[in-house]
Ligand binder design. Structure first.
Ligand code: ATP
Ligand code: MG
Length: 594
């Protein structure tokens, strides 16, 4: 069977089979723990038998006339009873330790796989799924698997084996009484089946609402300043209240089903005991040889024990249903390998010269809604190109395509004459230094934020900060490059954040430097400094600038004017000014504003 066939087969598997499949590497340990369960159960099952012997042989018959024998046998039975309790306790503890460890390992592996999958997903799919749903997969859904393994591995095996043992013990003691006790089974099966569909639908609903709640809270936290500045806290709370109300309703339904099931089970349990007792008395009436009170006591104890795992199984059925819904969602995410980004070791990788060429590129984020139309340009190594145009014209999109964040539908993008689709992703991206429009800083030190886990020395970090002029404020911070950055860099100004991300791009020594609006939020003094450093660092590098401040791009080798995804004008600043077209109008509009 090929690797592909195996993948297809795994995709077709039901969520339950998939979960069972994850246990495969631990089969020998699970087998051992099952053995421990059997031992513990055997010990538990022996207890009622000991009662029966005590009642029937000693209490009822008055024991053996030999008093010494009674004492010694009773002592032995007592010792056996405690031994049984001890064996049961040790085996249960050992088994639960093994299972918990396996369970935690499976959860850890699943969470890591999910995180890896999320990192490989195409940006388009990430945008579509939304952070709330992905967050729920990696947190709540993985936790729900914990319940599955916890319940199934330690509970289900134990219950099933216990049930089998009880059935055997009951049948071996008295077949007629045992069958009277089992009469309740079809009723239990009917109740469970009846609730099944409703429970599953409710769980699916519940998980979807949890995803929405997670997404809503995460989004509200990111936008908390907007909410406060427009005083919309009350409205946001109301929105959450509605979501939470739906969640409450689904939970209440769950509690209702449980609440109905439990007393019904108890009634069925009592009915089974009554049935066994009535059968026992009738049997005693017909069959004079049957006068064993001990057997009746043991039988009723077994019936009680019998219903314990059945009750447990019915309750577990709930959690298992919930886990299966989560498993299905996780599996769907893990199975989507066709549209993932993979590092192809055999793909092209080489030091970049920095030759960029777009050939008749058409691109749409969805369908045929073209954001770029027939875009063609060529930036030679060491040249500086600049893109200008109104908001939404498609400037950032061009950059995203260069790093292959999205794939073009028509045309070609070549870097050093090689289609970006044929480049090894890590080689392509690591050689393009991008300063994005929306700067993102991680929790960690300033040094960590410049490095982002790359092997870059402190001296190189400091050099990058100096070149980007970020050292002007970093040197004033306590700890310098070891100063801690809070979540999203909230304690820095937008300009400062841009300077750090500028240093980040420089420190990685890229062949192509891409700056998207990099200087938009910096005061004119800093802008002049940055302009100076850009001139130094972009020496010998291809640079692509996107700027609304046209003064920063005037010395570019070529300026492209983009309108609705089409290049309308191109040339040097002087040539475009002479042409007196769209670019010249933009420059004049900018001058008037000043
Ligand atoms: N992730 C996305 N999914 C769908 N559509 C998008 C996405 N990003 C951008 N767009 C759309 O593509 C078009 C071009 O966007 P782009 O971000 O490239 O514009 P821009 O020229 O960089 O604008 P600005 O000057 O405001 O940064 C816009 O109409 C925008 O709505
Ligand atoms: Mg943009």
């Amino acid at each position: 069977m090929t690797k592909n066939d195996k993948k297809q087969q795994s995709k077709r598997r039901s969520p339950a089979m998939w979960l069972v499949g994850l246990m495969k590497p631990y089969a020998h340990k699970i087998l051992f723990s099952t053995l421990l369960i059997v031992l513990a159960n055997l010990a538990d099952l022996t207890k009622p038998r000991i009662y029966a012997i005590i009642i029937d042989d000693f209490l009822k018959n008055g024991g053996n006339p030999d008093g010494n024998f009674i004492t010694s046998s009773l002592t032995n039975l007592g010792i056996s009873y405690f031994a049984v309790i001890f064996v049961s306790a040790v085996c249960s503890l050992w088994q639960s330790r093994i299972i918990t460890r396996i369970c935690q390992k499976i959860l850890h592996e699943t969470r890591m796989k999910l995180f890896d999958r999320i990192h490989r997903m195409k940006l388009k799919d990430l945008d579509e799924m939304g952070s709330g749903r992905l967050l729920t997969r990696a947190t709540n859904d993985v936790e729900a698997l914990d319940e599955f393994y916890g319940d199934v591995l330690s509970g289900l095996f134990r219950d099933v084996i216990l049930l089998a043992g009880i059935i055997y013990m009951m049948l071996s003691m008295n077949v007629r009484l045992a069958l009277a006790g089992f009469a309740a089974l079809p009723v239990i099966a009917a109740i469970t089946l009846l609730c099944r569909g409703a429970l599953k639908r409710n769980f699916t609903k519940m998980k979807a609402i949890i995803g929405k709640i997670n997404g809503f809270i995460a989004e509200s936290l990111s936008g908390i300043c907007v909410i406060r500045s427009f005083s919309r806290e009350k409205e946001k709370c109301e929105q959450l209240y509605k979501l939470d109300r739906d969640y409450r309703k689904t939970t209440m339904f769950q509690v209702l089903i449980n609440g109905i099931m439990r007393p019904i089970m108890e009634v069925v349990n009592s009915a089974a005991i009554v049935l066994v007792l009535i059968s026992g008395f009738r049997l005693a009436g017909i069959d004079t040889s049957f006068a064993e009170a001990g057997v009746l006591v043991a039988m009723t104890t077994y019936i009680k024990q019998f219903f314990q795992p059945i009750n447990d199984l019915a309750e577990k059925y709930n959690t298992v249903q919930s886990s299966l819904v989560s498993a299905d969602r996780i599996k769907t995410l893990l199975d989507r390998d066709g549209d993932l980004e993979y590092e192809d070791e055999s793909a092209y990788a080489a030091p970049m010269r920095g030759d960029i060429e777009f050939r008749n590129v058409y691109f749409a984020y969805s369908g045929e809604d073209w954001v770029l139309k027939n875009v063609t340009f060529h930036v030679k190594p060491g040249e500086r190109a600049a893109f200008v145009g109104a908001t939404g014209a498609g400037k950032t999109t061009i950059i995203s395509l260069l790093s292959r964040f999205y794939t073009v539908q028509r045309g070609e993008i070549l870097i050093d004459g090689v289609n970006v689709n044929d480049w090894r992703l890590s080689s392509l991206r690591s050689q393009i230094g991008v300063v994005l429009q929306d700067v993102f800083l991680f929790v960690g030190t300033i040094g960590d934020n410049v490095r982002i886990h790359a092997p870059i020395s402190d001296a190189e970090v400091e050099e990058a900060l100096r070149v980007s002029r970020a050292d002007t404020f970093v040197s004033r911070l306590p700890g310098g490059i070891n100063h801690m950055v809070s979540e999203r860099g909230a304690t820095f100004s937008t300009g400062e954040r841009q300077l750090i991300s500028f240093a980040r791009a420089i420190a990685h020594k890229p062949a192509i430097l891409v700056l998207d609006e990099a200087t938009a939020n910096i005061d004119s003094g800093t802008e002049a400094l940055i302009q100076e450093s850009i001139n130094t660092i972009s020496q010998g590098k291809t640079a692509v600038f996107i700027a609304h401040r046209l003064s920063t791009i005037q010395n570019s080798d070529c300026i492209y004017y983009l309108e609705h995804g089409e290049i309308k004008e191109q040339g040097t600043h002087d040539a475009l000014m002479r042409k007196n077209g769209l670019y010249a109008a933009l420059v004049r509009a900018g001058d008037e504003q000043k």
